[in-house]
Design a protein around this ligand. Structure first.
Ligand SMILES: [Zn+2]
Length: 130
């Protein structure tokens, strides 16, 4: 049977810490956020997003799918915050191009995956010239 990597209360505290760190870096400090443990299969997702009230909840899945390190948690936070940060661009593109939501979502994810690695690179590439 596949090994399980459940999130713990300690992980949730680390996620809260990284949320504050990255909200500051991504100019999202006006957003109020909360974290909770969920039961879904996705590693993490944002729910109850309120763009007017600047509020969302980050919900961790029941299993991380890999060993949970600080870096893993930080990257997860960066990924989910980028969904929030990119939202205004998505609205603009939708209005201008009238593209289908599906296409926008995969384009958004492509961009987020690039930004995630750039902002929060794997530990191996953290050298002085990385
Ligand atoms: Zn995503």
């Amino acid at each position: 049977m596949r090994q399980k990597y459940p999130f713990t209360a300690e992980h949730l505290k680390q996620v809260e810490h990284y949320l504050e760190k990255w909200k500051a870096k991504l100019d999202l400090t006006s957003w109020r956020t909360s974290v909770k443990q969920g039961r879904h299969s996705a590693i993490g997702l944002v729910e109850r997003i309120d763009y007017e009230g600047k509020l969302f909840r980050l919900v961790l899945g029941r299993d991380a799918g890999e060993t949970i390190t600080d870096h893993f948690l930080e990257q997860l936070v960066v990924h989910e915050l980028l969904h929030i940060a990119i939202y205004p661009v998505k609205v603009m593109v939708l209005a201008e191009k009238e593209l289908m939501g599906e296409h926008i979502h995969s384009a958004e994810h492509g961009l987020i995956n690039i930004l995630e690695v750039l902002l929060c690179p794997p530990k191996e590439s953290n050298g002085p010239n990385a």
